[in-house]
Design a protein around this ligand. Structure first.
Ligand SMILES: [Zn+2]
Ligand SMILES: [Zn+2]
Length: 372
């Protein structure tokens, strides 16, 4: 976990109340590259500031597939998953303002709310080191399990408004927060022209976010027909199939050669990053959401040799309860409908099957709902 963690956070205390008599639970565990398997594990103990949440719905993220493939290292034995929807099972003795039985979500990123990064406006970098706010399924056990320990519960538990189903809020912990984050970090203004490269679930949410922030022309690039259709539903004005045409030439054409005001990268490859730069006007913003591996190179022509007044900004999924509250408000308002993103459903017992489907991107899969 983070350097800001104190002994008090991790020391086990009696739960209040001891609602659960269960001692073990099923959980999806990273064993080794290529192997995530369902195991019987101890139900987590909680500390003074923690909550125990009984997971009612969760999902698999593209990042989990990176973990499965060994491309993002986590410790063998780690319970995976960072998108919890559930019910409070028990609260640490220092936690107030919540009750057992309450339906809640927690963000994929669980900032402590107290360290200098959190208080300085960068809670995703909690603890003062890069990616420090991402704890679930990374540096502490995650939520592809029957129960999950939520650290710093008062900073992270967000009650689900009445009337919203698990599936309606399932995208809030990560996908919606990250996708919207790309639009927000891009500082999209009313009347902007925006290109979004890659229309996976995060790219789709970035498109919806661009529209909500007032972009008047949103151009989405992908090659998967179901995703392009979804893109239209979520607010794309023009969809470009990069297999059928050169997306850079098409976007420059659509903008009269001017280039877009904001280009959002939602995949994490050299090609998409570079394309973003090639369609960006001087002074525009490249908002990057992708997770890159290996080396990333800046082509000097489109980068204007470093003199184009370009803004390059990266975003890790914003977390914390206030962020979650706002995102659930958006869902409740009906401004975006994310239910179509859930294309497949599995029980926790079937999670290995779910990983196989999700990792192979078969059958038009966008997101899977997993119910313990
Ligand atoms: Zn994720
Ligand atoms: Zn912090």
């Amino acid at each position: 976990m983070t350097s800001m963690t104190t002994d008090i956070d991790t020391c086990a205390v009696p739960r209040r109340p001891a609602a659960s008599t269960r001692r073990t639970m099923k959980a999806a565990v990273f064993v080794a590259p290529g192997r995530i398997e369902l195991q019987e594990r101890a139900v987590p103990e909680i500390g003074f500031n923690d909550a125990l949440v009984r997971v009612t719905t969760t999902t698999i993220c593209g990042t989990d597939v990176h973990i499965l493939k060994g491309e993002y290292p986590v410790a063998p034995g780690r319970i995976i998953g960072h998108e919890p929807v559930g019910v409070i099972e028990a609260l640490g003795i220092a936690v107030s303002g919540y009750r057992v039985g309450q339906r809640v979500i927690a963000g994929a990123i669980t900032p402590c709310g107290q360290c200098h990064s959190c208080l300085d406006g960068h809670p995703a970098q909690c603890g003062g080191h890069a990616i420090g706010g991402w704890k679930f399924g990374n540096t502490i056990d995650g939520c592809q399990a029957e129960f999950v320990r939520v650290p710093n519960a008062m900073a992270n538990l967000a009650p689900i408004p009445d009337g919203l189903t698990d599936e309606q809020v399932l995208m809030c912990p990560d996908i919606l927060s990250t996708g919207f984050g790309g639009a927000e970090s891009g500082n999209i203004r009313i009347g902007d022209t925006v290109a979004v490269f890659a229309q996976g679930p995060i790219g789709l949410c970035a498109t919806a976010g661009a529209k909500l922030r007032g972009a008047t022309l949103v151009i989405r690039v992908d090659a998967v027909p179901t995703r392009l259709a979804q893109a239209r539903q979520l607010g794309a004005d023009v969809v470009v199939d990069f297999r059928a045409e050169d997306p850079v030439a098409r976007i420059l054409d659509l903008t009269g050669g001017r280039g877009v005001d904001v280009a959002i990268e939602a995949l994490g490859t050299q090609a998409t990053f570079e394309s973003c730069l090639r369609v960006l006007r001087p002074g525009g913003t490249l908002s990057s959401l992708g997770v890159y591996s290996g080396k990333l190179e800046l082509p000097l022509g489109p980068f204007a040799a470093g003199l184009g007044d370009h803004h390059l900004v990266t975003t890790l999924c914003p977390g914390g309860k206030e962020r979650m509250r706002r995102l659930m408000n958006i869902v409740g308002s009906g401004r975006v409908d994310l239910k179509p993103l859930v294309t497949h459903r599995f029980t926790l017992d079937q999670i290995e099957q779910a990983y196989e489907l999700f990792a192979s991107q078969r059958d038009g899969v966008l997101k899977v709902a997993i119910t313990p």
